[in-house]
Write a protein that binds this ligand. Sequence first.
Ligand code: BV8
Ligand code: ZN
Length: 289
Amino acid sequence: MFRLASLLRNNSISKGQRWLSTRDTSNMAKFRESLKAAKGVAILSGAGISAESGIPTFRGPEGYWRKWPPTLLASPRAFRDDPSLVWEFYHYRRELARKAKPNPGHKAIAHFEARHAKSKVVTVITQNVDALHTRAGTKNIVELHGNLFKTKCTKCGDVAINIDSPICEALRDRGAPDQDFKGSDIPIKDLPHCKKPDCGGLLRPFIVWFGEMLELSVMERADAAMTTCDVVLVVGTSSLVTPASLFAPMASLRGAVVAEFNIAKTPATPDFSYYFEGPSGKTLPIALA
Ligand code: BV8
Ligand code: ZN
């Protein structure tokens, strides 16, 4: 406990910034007790956990959605109407995610999982598609909304990992947000296509778009973790998108201890046992130390 108290004291005072108010400090000590006793821990993350890695969140001041209505680019209809435009947007995000690095928040989660590999089941359930949890070393991960570095063939359904940069020559240096997103002049034949013999179908990003169902296997894994865990950490999400936003409140109803880590309260905050304010790159290393 002494180590924790000194850690909290140092961290919250040394940098002249109080990531945790004194009330939070006592709550943090109580939360860490629950975490210590927990057999199952689920960590639900959203775009906020990657903000300190330089990846814009969706609904923040520089967010993607604020520049373009979500349905413009992250929907099956947008892909049907203008696959080149949607590929420009996802190429831009692939390159952003590739250049980004996992931050102390991602790393604290990966180290916590590794440290307790023999005594706890730790499951990371992420809404993010940037693969930063995996790059930080997280093993047991559920990617609810897909992954920027995977493609799916619109003809044969093959799902493949693709880390090519750019994914095809026609997309080189395309898709930056300040470019005119009114339409793309890239011919469809120059977009990524399936390499399976006698297929050649147009590839799409392996991403769950608005109005699309999540993969059944993904839902089953998330459900299994959220219905059996003792403690849930909800990190960096506005809790606006379903079904992801339903998991933690349901766990809380079942009696799990739920702690929210965010820089601002969300509509779900009242459902949870704890709310720790501050950038997750600062607060998670304290919670998971
Ligand atoms: C489904 C992939 C069944 C894309 C994403 C009306 C019409 C049509 C549909 C609906 C509707 N009403 C509801 C729906 C369902 C819809 C939905 O929820 N819409 C919302 C917008 C209302 N959901 C779906 O369509 C889902 N499918 O329901 O299937 C169905 C089928 C047919 C018809 C109906 C239903 C599919 C949802 C998946 C969509 N795809 N991503 C891509 O990435 O390109 S969702 C997208 O939003 C991202 O993946 C992201 O994860 C997700 C949620 O956003 P957040 O992660 O929470 O990010 P956000 O910016 O919002 O918040 C950031 C938070 O971080 C903030 O709280 C901020 O304070 C905090 N923060 C910032 N910095 C930090 C920080 N916290 C800590 N530290 C920091 N440093
Ligand atoms: Zn194919």
